[in-house]
Ligand binder design. Structure first.
Ligand code: BTN
Length: 331
């Protein structure tokens, strides 16, 4: 652990720590502590208050990631499916890290979480805002014997796995938006990015990346170009431990991934549709520069969105939906 990590851990409790005590425990001069505190603020975007005559204090306590506490929250059965857990301070993207680990022969079921992502990736080429010490950034590597074409419903099953994990921990009033966003009051709480590579006849390598907003600092929220929310605003979920959340999400995901290999989307379809917030509504489906308007008529067994367009139901496999604005009736 380097000086910066030591310092963050000392300050994580949100209490005031004197410069002298920090200098002693870190083996530094008080001037060096001051410099490190400033660098911490600049590097990690943390606000550290210098209280005259008392010391340094973080604006908000941090609930830092800890591998043992994450594994405590993983069921015994799920643990057998996670051969490696990487808990990182800072990485470009937990999914990119797992792609590198996979290329070097990493085992299926490897899990990666990080305190901060410097190049977090969202769907449709969007960035995923990933500030330090808050939210959940988690990815899982999974290899399937089947072909990529047979995995078209995987992203829906994984979205439901994340919703179930949140519900297990007490979160209420959550719903799904095709293909895999978890929403609360029409705002995005969690998103998934699934990256697949494989031969036409299989096997297929997947990296499933999950981002859950636990508590987004206002400055970070300003960078997001769609309505968002975080667990602090969800009934039953405020103050939830990030380690418990990581463990629960990991457990639900690997359970789903293991079952998907043999059962496909079928066992999840009914529950998915029950949580579908847009079913029966007029929606706009955005695919690149194209927008298709239609009535959301459910999900087909392959995970495709069924849209009633011009009197015919058609299945769409990709894109992003939004509610179609009701035309202004005028005065
Ligand atoms: C989306 O746009 O809805 C998908 C967001 C996925 C974000 C997660 S955070 C962990 C993993 N690492 C990434 O770079 N992206 C995913």
């Amino acid at each position: 652990m380097d000086t910066r990590q030591h310092l963050v851990r000392q300050l994580a409790d949100g209490r005031c720590h004197s410069g002298q005590a920090l200098a002693r425990s870190l083996g530094l001069s008080r001037a060096a502590v001051w410099k490190s505190v400033r660098a911490l603020g600049e590097d990690l975007g943390l606000y550290i208050e210098a209280v005259p005559g008392k010391g340094y204090r973080l604006e908000r306590p941090l609930d830092l990631l800890n591998s043992l506490r994450i594994l405590e929250a993983v069921t015994a059965e799920a643990r057998t499916r996670i051969p490696a857990l990487y808990v990182l301070e800072r990485v470009d993207s937990t999914s990119s890290e797992l792609l590198r680990i996979a290329a070097a022969g990493g085992a299926s079921g490897s899990l990666c979480v990080a305190e901060q992502q410097t190049a977090g990736r969202g769907r449709r080429g969007r960035p995923w805002v990933s500030p330090y010490g808050t939210n959940l950034y988690l990815s899982v590597l999974w290899r399937f014997a089947m072909a990529p074409a047979q995995l078209s419903g995987l992203s829906l099953a994984c979205g439901l796995a994340v919703l179930r994990a949140l519900q297990d921990l007490g979160a209420r009033d959550l719903g799904l938006k095709w293909p895999n966003d978890v929403l609360h009051e029409g705002r995005k709480l969690a998103g998934l990015l699934i990256e697949m590579t494989g031969e036409a006849g299989g096997p297929t390598q997947t990296v499933i990346g999950v981002g859950v907003n636990t508590c987004l600092p206002p400055d970070s929220g300003k960078e997001i170009d769609q309505p968002w929310t975080d667990l602090e605003r969800v009934p039953g979920a405020a103050g939830l431990s990030r380690n418990r959340l990581a463990g629960r999400v990991a457990a639900r995901l690997v359970e789903t991934l293991a079952a998907y290999g043999s059962e496909g989307l079928d066992p999840w379809l009914e529950e998915w549709q029950r949580h579908d917030l847009f079913y029966g509504q007029a929606v706009a489906l955005h695919q690149g520069s194209q927008t298709i308007h239609g009535l959301h008529s459910g999900i087909d067994p392959s995970g495709a969105l069924r849209l009633l367009v011009g009197g015919r139901v058609q299945a769409y496999h990709a894109g992003e939906i939004s509610l179609r604005p009701v035309p202004d009736a005028g005065p």
